[in-house]
Design a binder for this molecule. Structure first.
Ligand SMILES: Cc1cc2nc3c(=O)[nH]c(=O)nc-3n(C[C@H](O)[C@H](O)[C@H](O)COP(=O)(O)OP(=O)(O)OC[C@H]3O[C@@H](n4cnc5c(N)ncnc54)[C@H](O)[C@@H]3O)c2cc1C
Length: 413
């Protein structure tokens, strides 16, 4: 595929002495937020950034266009040592929620699909076991997952039940001696077409509560997955529709501390926080790619970045980026202080994903026709922002969570 630099050609502005003045390199950390990281944290973030720029950026547009996951990256991705970031013990990477957030942001700054792959595996799947599993379950499953030897997915959404999952799950779990029998379908499940472990949320027919199960999907009879085709966003992530037909799971694989949807919601709180960071990263990537293009692209004999109306949109893009970064840093402090509530995560998820849609659309606009061609990166950010806006709970659902917290009145139905 062509790169964005092949068609633009730049004539940097001349200094009075006739020498060319180099233009500033695009920088989406305008308020120098990296200063809130410790030296050790900054080293991890830099390692991730270098990896994403060197290994992922050169190949990701092709995988995106082809609807394929870059399995060739997995061996080197494992070496980053970020499996289980934010979780202590069990071979997990540990670290502060702030570090977890900056890493999520930097993954998405280059590619939201790779960020989502990581979020589904390390956040949703490992997080379910970390938050809702017994000590024995954590000891057994988390170390190989932290090493990316076992990859996980998270099966909550169903073909007929998305936003209404808390009360409306139709997948059933029936206890039979030391086993459970699962029946139903799950839709949109990221990584599910190829991963090793599926966290399946199902309603216990006895007490009607939602419970979580670890299903070893490659070897369990009755478990099948069909890839969801023809997506226009996050095309690198392989989303599947799972069918569970009399799937037998041992009681030892039921998440022992997950006894109702409240326990599922604890996992979602943590991952919605992460989507706030990821959608901020998407905006950073789109802003940097757009600014670079605008500095290089000549019209009327000048870089388009020299035009007032173009600078207005660039400034508005950067304002969105900076507002989201500042909001997320404060949320990280609250999370690290144990103060993160569902309503705080929901506000950030709704705000940052909404701002992300605005930011990427301005970027797409500033690339003109090339803004709809994947080779120039911005089109990929533009499309992927749509998926982040809807997954992990839609904009409306997040604002209903905030609305209930601030008014004291639930308005979900
Ligand atoms: C790319 C992608 C990856 C995903 N990955 C996963 C995954 O790994 N695991 C998983 O379990 N799920 C996953 N999902 C599912 C995702 O969480 C759902 O798509 C999301 O929760 C919305 O559900 P839905 O698509 O069924 O929409 P619906 O619930 O049908 O909603 C449709 C519209 O109605 C609105 N709406 C619904 N109820 C209300 C209400 N009470 N008030 C106001 N408006 C309302 C919604 O906001 C939305 O705009 C993924 C989705 C996508 C697109």
């Amino acid at each position: 595929m062509a790169t964005a630099t092949t068609t633009t050609g730049v004539a940097p502005a001349k200094k009075p002495n006739g020498q060319r003045k180099p233009l500033p390199a695009p920088n989406s950390d305008f308020y120098e937020l990296k200063d809130v990281l410790t030296a050790d944290e900054l080293a991890v973030v830099k390692k991730v950034r270098t990896y994403m720029e060197a290994k992922v950026a050169p190949i990701i547009n092709k995988y995106w266009a082809d609807d394929e996951f870059p399995f060739e990256l997995l061996p080197s991705f494992k070496e980053l040592g970020i499996g289980g970031l934010g979780f202590e013990g069990y071979g997990c990477a540990g670290g502060s929620q702030k570090l977890f957030g900056f890493v999520a942001m930097d993954l998405a700054r280059v590619d939201a699909s790779i960020g989502t792959f990581f979020g589904v595996h390390s956040g949703l799947a490992m997080g379910s076991i970390y938050l809702d599993g017994s000590e024995e379950q954590k000891q057994k499953w988390l170390p190989p997952m932290a090493r990316f030897e076992k990859i996980g997915c998270f099966g909550l959404t169903e073909p007929l039940v998305g936003s209404g999952a808390s009360g409306g799950l139709t997948t059933t779990a029936k206890r039979e001696g030391d086993s459970w029998i699962l029946n139903g379908q799950k839709r949109w499940i990221g990584n599910s077409t190829w991963c090793d472990l599926s966290i399946i949320w199902a309603r216990d027919v006895a007490d009607h509560q939602v419970k979580g199960f670890i299903v070893e999907n490659k070897t369990t009879p009755g478990f099948s997955v069909e890839k969801i085709e023809h997506k226009i966003a996050l095309k690198v992530v392989q989303n599947g529709q799972i069918t569970l037909k009399d799937v037998r799971v041992p009681e030892a694989n039921r998440l022992q501390a997950g006894n109702s949807f409240r326990d599922t919601a604890r996992v979602l709180r943590m991952t919605r926080y992460m989507v706030g960071w990821a959608s901020t990263g998407v905006q950073m990537g789109a802003f940097e790619a757009t600014l670079k293009y605008a500095q290089e692209r000549l019209q009327f004999g000048k870089p388009i970045a020299s035009f007032q109306m173009v600078q207005d949109l660039l400034a508005k893009m950067l304002a969105n980026v900076t507002a989201c970064q500042c909001l997320m840093v404060r949320l990280a402090q609250m999370d690290d202080d144990g103060k993160l509530g569902d309503q705080h995560a929901a506000l950030a998820k709704a705000f940052c994903t909404a701002k992300s849609r605005e930011t990427v659309s301005w970027g797409r606009e500033l690339l003109g026709g090339n803004g709809i061609v994947a080779d120039y990166n911005v089109a990929r950010f533009f499309a992927d922002a749509e998926a982040l806006y809807s997954y992990e709970g839609t904009y409306q659902m997040q604002n209903l969570i905030v609305g209930k917290a601030i008014t004291g009145l639930g308005a979900f139905v």
